[in-house]
Write a protein that binds this ligand. Structure first.
Ligand code: CA2
Length: 156
């Protein structure tokens, strides 16, 4: 009889840290809102935190809604959870909401700024209904807190 293929438990799959439009500009413009750290600095900090937590991470950024949908669709098989800062698509994208719901993975929504302190159009998130939790206003620390939350959820 053929041996059953060993399946990796979901917790062993890497967490996808996904960033949306304009987040590649972090640290280069509007430091008064988004701080001085670059997206490369955020990736470095996430990798260090992930190592401390015993998680693997994959980091991605795109300015294109369809590319973000593709990455979320692929995550359903490849990843154990998602940390997502969807940037401005947070406030507009039914496509990202649908993709996150279809992925059926724990997702934590992160925003660097406190979106509730800003313009009213930023108060509405289309993707929050697909998230296990939302972190806003804590700068880049929000990504690390999101990884901590996922590490705990995935270890259950
Ligand atoms: O606070 C956040 O993390 C946001 O997701 C950032 C988005 C914004 O549209 C959301 O309402 C809240 C914007 C990301 C743009 O990032 C830049 C960073 C530096 C310079 C220019 C843009």
């Amino acid at each position: 009889m053929a041996a059953k293929a060993a399946r990796r438990p979901p917790a062993a799959k890497p967490v996808l840290v996904l960033n949306g439009p304009n987040l590649n500009m972090l640290g280069k413009r509007q430091p008064e809102i988004y701080g001085r750290e670059t997206l490369a600095d955020v990736e470095t900090a996430c990798r260090a935190e992930a190592e401390r937590l015993g998680l693997e991470v994959e980091f991605a950024q795109s300015n294109h809604e369809g590319v973000l949908v593709d990455l979320i669709q692929a995550a359903r098989e490849k990843n154990g959870g998602i940390v997502i800062n969807a940037g401005a698509y947070t406030h507009t994208s039914v496509a990202l909401l649908d993709a996150l719901n279809a992925a059926e993975l724990p997702a934590v929504e992160v925003h660097l700024s406190n979106i509730y302190k800003r313009e009213s159009f930023r108060h509405r998130s289309y993707i929050s209904p697909a998230a296990v939790g939302v972190i806003a206003g804590l700068g880049t620390q929000g990504y690390l807190l999101a990884l901590q939350a996922l590490a705990r959820l995935l270890s259950r």
